[in-house]
Design a protein around this ligand. Sequence first.
Ligand code: HEM
Ligand code: HEM
Length: 171
Amino acid sequence: MSELQSSSKNLTRIKLTVDLVIFFAFLIAMDPRSSGIAVHEWLATAALAALIVHLLLSWDWIVQISRRFLGRVNLQTRINYILNWLLFIDGSVMMLSGFMISEAVFPTLGIELPRNFAWRELHDMTANLFLLLLGLHTALHWGWVVDTFKRYIFKPLGRLVSFRRRKDVTA
Ligand code: HEM
Ligand code: HEM
């Protein structure tokens, strides 16, 4: 295997790991009553770092499409690009409003903000909108998700199971 192929394989593995981490962090963050507010806040703050990594891993794509957006870009990429901006704007407001109503992270850091119902409402609205946008974002990358799951999760698991069976038979 060439060096280029193996580094692109590694990049895909890293992307898959980061995407799974932010996906599950988001699922847990969507239900603060089950997790408790402290877990909600610290987990979402950690997920922010993982989201930044998610963007950095696609930085070349972002720069390329930003340069070409007004020129020749196919429709799906154009939709993808606009949706990514919506995700970015909504995600930023969701995080900001979360910090503005923080009951765990900010108080721990010694920052006390006055209670404001508008931030609470905004946080709720942007979280629900994020869920909708994330559904579309995932749908647009569904081919990638299925391919990568097959290649890096299901196939290695299948190989492991058949190896164990063979070992049991020969033992
Ligand atoms: C829970 C949150 C998210 C999940 C699970 C998720 C998942 C994915 C997946 C599976 C891909 C395709 C594989 C890859 O390149 O990693 C992808 C690509 C991408 N995502 Fe996300 N994403 C999330 C949030 C976001 C947000 C908030 C933004 C924008 C601020 C964003 C921007 C991008 C970009 C720029 C790409 C690559 C270009 C493209 O094909 O659209 N993602 N994401
Ligand atoms: C991935 C990012 C986040 C998501 C998806 C999210 C989602 C949510 C949801 C769905 C609620 C419940 C709203 C309701 O009960 O109607 C909520 C409440 C709340 N969130 Fe977040 N949130 C995120 C980030 C944050 C951050 C970063 C903070 C602060 C550091 C935060 C602080 C809070 C607080 C204090 C509440 C109010 C809990 C209550 O009074 O019941 N959130 N969030």
